[in-house]
Design a protein around this ligand. Structure first.
Ligand code: B3K
Ligand code: ZN
Length: 891
């Protein structure tokens, strides 16, 4: 219970799972909606679960005022125990009994945005994971699935639109200017998928006919005034419906499917059955206000929530430890959806690289830090802390490996079997893996299933060390692969994983050497294995872990020449990009670990020429070039080092970027001019790639202008900022001025604010850009404090809070880690301040110092002190307490 601040902290353990003592068959909810005091009448029909010993009924509840409890229409005795409503001596018998509970709650006081709350005068709900208990007393656990009938009553003028899950069966007028709407959900569901919305909203509507000939109504609800930003979300929804039917044979099972946008939301979006509720950030877009990245994110989040309709809603999780059952699978599905929508194969590769980049910069550190947990965790204090990149992104990689092991068609068969077996059930990750394996009995997955499932139970990122040996006399190349995995909290020793190792060999000219297809799909399952390749004439260059075929760290002592060859010739685009990253990373790490002042030119001529060749390449596409030319992030560099000096990393990366800006100056000019876009804005991957590359070129030219004392490019950039026809070009130009620290940045920022002062999502970008800007002599923290005093800053709005505070603490290591510890003081103040009203957001922020143990002094001690001071507070939420306790463990 996220708001409970008193009493001992309870650890929930997976091994303690027990089925519920009662089932709830039907729920009839009646809401009298009032922001100050909403009345909720909950009539349920319950049955004892005959499989478990008789025991009292314990219903979860939180922040509720209980007015009445009736059993079969008569008053009864009950008691409260640890926040739960406990009922004993309930009627026996198979027919079950009716339970009626009348409560009130205070939506306008609900600042944690869990349960029923008000955002800009509209009612919304968020129930996953345990928010339904803030609406009524219930068995608030995902394995209790019920049929819902919901009646909403509210003032008609203020709340003309009344929505809940399923189908609208009745609506009409009531006394005193009030009206009602009655909704029936034809599907049974767990309480976390319940939703209601009531307010003044407008909808874009589209009727579609699915493959099977059924008609459906799709609706995207937004505030009046936002209609012109709904087309892309609607198109994404239509594409999602079509894709799930075409790729996996999964149809839309509802007459009506609704998306509603709210500007106050703790996360991205929520897949409530038939009534998805979204953060505006993932709905609203037009070319004037949203960037290409926003467009792409909307497509993928709309897809993600829609795909949950099967993977999550039709088949749900037995308990919250199984969260990756729905999240890992659904992330995998949304990644595949975005890839399948790409017309060009190169755009698919770009998407894969972007996904891997997220995994390696966010999930690998999580897996190496104090919050490391298996994809299927074993215990938690607050489940909201486990909606993590491990459960989501690593979980998706585990599903992807299954697809690799059974093949694309085999995976589709496996998924079909999973839905056929478990439709309407609440199941486990084991059930999922079993279905995929059973549908593919001859596959590598079926053969190794128990070992493969270690991906679910063992935390930590495995490392694969590869060593090549060429025997010229025998014309044989041998490759020895050795896997290992370091201990993580509670898991001192690890067993070998099943690691799909897609690989190939290149000859001295960079041509692909033909090898046995089975070797190209090698699966590493032992601690160490050796592969032999015969008839090899000269030492080859191995291209390992192609397409990033497993979520591991790969160590191979490539020579520079080998990396240059891979970068120039590999047929696997992922490894081509990877070779470029290894080249620059290697030089960055050398410069970071050098003693003395930072080398102003960490890149050597060979690396620069290789990057120039990519930039000037005549067939590679722009998006791919932009990825290759982007240096590894400071966070990624930090992960490669045993001891981290964030200031030094920042200085080296900045030096490298300046060097690239200068050395490739004429090439950036060429890139900018050669990729100019013409015609109307379209957010497709090819034109987005061109905009990304021109944006990068402008950024580089503004950086180069600093040393060249060149007024021309910053001037051109400012002009482009003013004239841009779309937000991507405009924001890239603004960002080029801000990042290079040019004097025109201030003017551009002011103009930008004036232009978009009524567009909340754009103002979020304005805040975020400044809070994440490169630090110059410690200037960012005072600016961040100033931004928090800006009239547009609202701490209680999660998007706005994230735009300033998270951008600074999470996305700006060079500015956050200060020798005077002021960044950590700021972090501590904000964690405590936010925790008082929104523990979920506070706990996310608390994780910014997860990797404190790796920091060099004086950062390490100062960070520890800041965490300890948070932990010393007596009135912390469970959410934040769990994060800081784990951060300080095992000192
Ligand atoms: N299932 C929701 C996340 C709920 C988070 C609760 N703290 C969104 C998603 O993953 O689709
Ligand atoms: Zn999800």
């Amino acid at each position: 219970m996220s708001s409970l601040r008193e009493g001992p902290t309870t650890v929930v353990r997976r091994e303690d799972y027990a089925p519920p003592a009662y089932w709830i068959d039907t729920v009839e909810l009646t809401f009298d909606l009032d922001p100050a005091k909403t009345r909720v009448l909950n009539k349920m029909h319950l049955r004892r679960n005959a499989q478990v010993p008789a025991q009292p009924l314990r219903l979860d509840g939180e922040d509720l005022n209980l007015a009445r409890v009736l059993v079969n229409g008569a008053g009864c005795s009950f008691k409260m125990d640890d926040g739960q409503l406990v009922l004993d001596n309930l009627p026996e018998g198979e027919q079950g009994f009716d339970l009626e509970i009348f409560t009130t709650c205070m939506p306008e006081k609900n600042s944690q945005l869990m349960g029923l709350y008000v955002s800009q005068g509209t009612f919304f709900t968020q129930c996953e994971a345990e928010g339904f208990r803030r609406i009524t007393y219930f068995l608030d656990r995902p394995d209790v699935m019920a049929s819902y009938t919901v009646t909403l009553r509210a003032d008609k003028a203020r709340y003309p639109v009344l929505l809940s899950n399923g189908n609208l069966v009745e609506q009409g007028e009531l006394d005193a200017g009030r009206h009602f709407a009655k909704w029936v959900d034809p599907h049974k569901k767990p309480s976390y998928l319940f939703a209601l919305v009531a307010g003044n909203l407008v909808a874009r509507e589209q009727r579609i006919v699915s493959r099977s000939g059924n008609e459906h109504l799709l609706q995207v609800y937004v505030r009046p005034g936002d209609m012109d930003k709904t087309e892309h979300a609607m198109n994404s929804l239509i594409a999602s419906v079509v894709w799930d039917e075409a790729r996996f044979g999964l149809p839309l099972d509802l007459e009506r499917f609704m998306i509603v946008a709210t500007s106050d939301f703790n996360m991205g979006a929520m897949e409530n059955k038939g009534l998805n509720i979204f953060n505006t950030k993932y709905v609203l877009a037009n070319s004037a206000t949203a960037t290409d990245t926003d467009f792409a994110n909307i497509e993928s989040v709309v897809g993600h929530e829609y795909f949950h309709n099967w993977s999550g809603n039709r088949v749900t999780c037995r308990d919250w430890f199984q969260l990756s059952l729905k999240e890992g699978l659904t992330v995998f599905r949304d990644q595949e959806f975005s890839m399948d929508l790409c017309a060009e194969p190169s755009a698919r590769a770009v998407k894969r690289i972007e996904d891997v980049r997220v995994l390696r910069t966010a999930q690998f550190p999580e897996d190496a830090g104090p919050m490391a947990h298996p994809v299927r965790p074993d215990s938690y204090v607050e489940i909201n802390n486990f909606y993590t990149v491990t459960v989501y992104e690593k979980g998706a990689e585990v599903v992807r490996m299954m697809q690799t092991l059974v093949g694309r068609d085999g995976f589709a068969k496996g998924l079909a079997l999973y839905f056929q077996r478990h439709d309407g059930q609440a199941v486990t990750c084991d059930d999922f893996a079993q279905a995929i394996a059973d549908a593919n009995p001859d596959s590598e997955l079926a053969r190794r299933l128990p070992q493969f499932k270690r991906w679910y139970s063992q935390a930590g990122t495995p490392r694969v060390r590869a060593e090549g040996h060429f025997d010229a006399a025998q014309r044989r190349y041998t490759l020895t692969l050795t896997q290992s995995c370091v201990p993580t909290p509670g898991q001192p020793a690890k067993q070998p994983f099943v690691i799909p190792m897609a690989l190939g060999l290149l000859d001295a000219q960079g041509r692909e050497i033909a090898i046995d297809p089975a070797q190209a799909r090698h699966v590493l399952a032992e601690a160490s294995e050796t592969l032999s390749f015969e008839n090899i004439d000269a030492e080859p260059v191995p291209s390992l872990l192609r397409g990033f075929s497993a979520p591991v760290v790969l160590d191979f002592d490539y020579t520079d020449a080998q990396l240059l060859s891979l970068l120039a010739h590999d047929t696997d685009p992922f490894n081509r990009w990877e070779a470029g990253q290894r080249l620059t990373l290697r030089r960055a790490l050398a410069a970071i670990q050098d003693s003395g002042p930072v080398n102003p030119a960490p890149l050597d001529a060979a690396a620069i020429e290789a990057l120039r060749a990519v930039l000037r390449h005549d067939t590679l596409d722009a998006a791919f070039k932009e990825l290759v030319l982007t240096l590894p992030s400071e966070t990624y560099m930090a992960e490669q080092l045993p001891v981290v000096d964030p200031q030094r990393i920042h200085a080296v990366r900045e030096a490298m970027r300046s060097q690239l800006a200068e050395a490739l100056h004429d090439d950036w000019v060429w890139a900018f001019e050669a990729h100019a876009d013409s015609g109307a804005y379209r957010p497709d991957p090819v034109s987005a790639g061109r905009r990304a590359l021109t944006g990068m070129a402008l950024g580089m030219l503004c950086i180069a202008a600093r040393t060249r004392h060149d007024p021309v490019w910053p001037g051109k950039t400012y002009q482009r900022f003013k004239d841009a026809h779309n937000m991507t070009d405009r924001f890239n130009a603004l960002s080029a001025l801000v990042v290079s620290g040019h004097a025109l940045a201030r003017e551009a920022l002011d103009r930008f604010h004036t232009l978009f002062q009524h567009e909340a999502l754009v103002i979020d970008k304005w805040f975020a850009l400044q809070a994440a800007a490169p630090d110059h002599g410690g200037n960012v923290l005072p600016l961040v404090r100033q931004l928090m005093a800006h009239p547009d800053f609202q701490l209680r709005n999660p998007n706005r809070a994230r735009s300033v505070i998270f951008s600074y603490c999470n996305a700006n290591p060079g500015a956050f880690h200060r020798a005077d510890a002021a960044g950590y003081v700021f972090w501590r103040e904000r964690v405590l301040e936010i925790d008082r009203f929104n523990p979920q957001v506070a706990a996310r922020l608390a994780r910014a110092l997860d990797r404190w143990k790796k920091l060099a002094e004086p950062y390490r001690s100062a960070a520890r002190e800041a965490i300890a001071r948070v932990a010393a507070q007596t009135d912390l939420s469970n959410d934040v307490r769990e994060v800081v306790t784990r951060a300080l463990a095992d000192e």
